[in-house]
Design a protein around this ligand. Sequence first.
Ligand code: GLU
Length: 515
Amino acid sequence: MEVRTRFAPSPTGFMHLGNLRTALYTYLYARRMGGKFILRIEDTDQEREVPGAVDVIYNSLRTAGITHDEGPDVGGPCGPYIQSQRKDMYLPYAEKLVETGHAYYCFCTKERLDEARAEAEKKGEAYKYDKHCLSLSKEEVRRRLAAGESYVIRQNIPAEGKAGFDDAIYGHVEVDCSTLDDNVLIKADGLPTYNFANVIDDHTMGITHVMRGNEYLSSAPKYNLLYEAFGWTPPVYIHLTPVMVEGTYRNKKTGEYLMATDENGNHVLDENGDPVKAIVKRKLSKSQGDPSFEDLLSEGYLTEAIINYLVLLGWSPRGEREFFTLKELEETFDLEGLSKSPSFFDKAKLTWFNAEYIRKLSPEAFLEAAAPWLAKALDPAKFDFKRLSELLQARTEVLCQLPDMVDFLAKMPDFDNALYTHKKMKTNPEVAKAALETLRPVLEGVPESDWNETTLHDTVLAAVAESGMKNGQALWPLRIAISGRENTPGGAFEIAYLLGKEETMRRLDASLRKL
Ligand code: GLU
């Protein structure tokens, strides 16, 4: 049997990291099993539709390297792959269920349903449709349909007994049918609900393994009843545990943050006396301010690092290995490694992964990735980006850090003379002043045409040796004097080279005047 998996996103306008992880697992499993991976766009909830949102899905998958074998843009034998274009397919299936007694027409008005819902709410009970229209005679149904009355088609859940299914992660899941609602399968506008469409689509697309978020776990027994009603073999279900995060929580309606309180219910205050936000465990959520895939990319996280991190968020390979390319994952991924407990998104861990990936890039690849970020702070015509990127690669964790790491080259920062004080280097402003005064004519004497790191190194170190200073006592002050920063990519010679002679001398003189 060929394995056929599907990723079935709803177009929301961004790629939620939890969804990307689902896409990845679904894709990897198909590849590992030599099967097919199908993309299906679930856009029947037209009210929630965001323009351009389908393109976001294509672009995200393409960026991630997740390629589908069948889908709206590449076609395939089970098309169309966009749910809204399949809308005429569902009604005949629902009518078949009506014939066999597994579904029924319902003409209840909105008022009647609202009333029943309000009633249940008043009693503190979960609302369930009361099967009112199940008792309508065939003739009456026929008459009301012919009269053009508005209707929906509902699933007829058995009044008693159990409904269950086997899940690859959760094991056997079973519920009492009496707890299940007779869900709408076909809405008054003739369109299917998600509950119905996913079953029809998965079956007609030959899906063998359904992997999705565990928010669908409680509905799966109903889906299984539908498979049984049709006499179809259900797919293997794999409901994934959610991606959680420890973070702040804000009320969606009021926009207010949940604040931390102590055991007496008082606000916890920070050192400034301001109330502190509470940190809670909750689902990863874009609307709570957590990043989407696109957000991470635009912050300068590398695709490969995000993918590697995400795949391990809920799946453990056999062995200790942590680094995998997508290709390697295609050969390694298995269902056995999927976690039974929720996993926590940890940006610091992702950042660590990213730094490792940055270090592994070839110098050329790093330069290419870094250049647009360097250009945010520096004019590429004025600075040697190649040299700069060599100096930066080992110390960059995320590309978005780069502008801040180099902006001192564009503009000398204000700095305090206290920066000259360094215990280990045995320097202080006084030592610095003497050192800089000694070095000034030495640097002045290096011709513009020889202004490179080797010449600067040899010339300056010779002069330092001659003067009897320790290297640190001269080089620490020199670097501070021309960078204004305690930490810089590269030392005094690299920075002097990057700045060029004119700017180096100008900064040196300005710093000397301050001493
Ligand atoms: N369209 C659903 C979602 O985006 C997919 C659910 C499923 O995979 O069956 O949550």
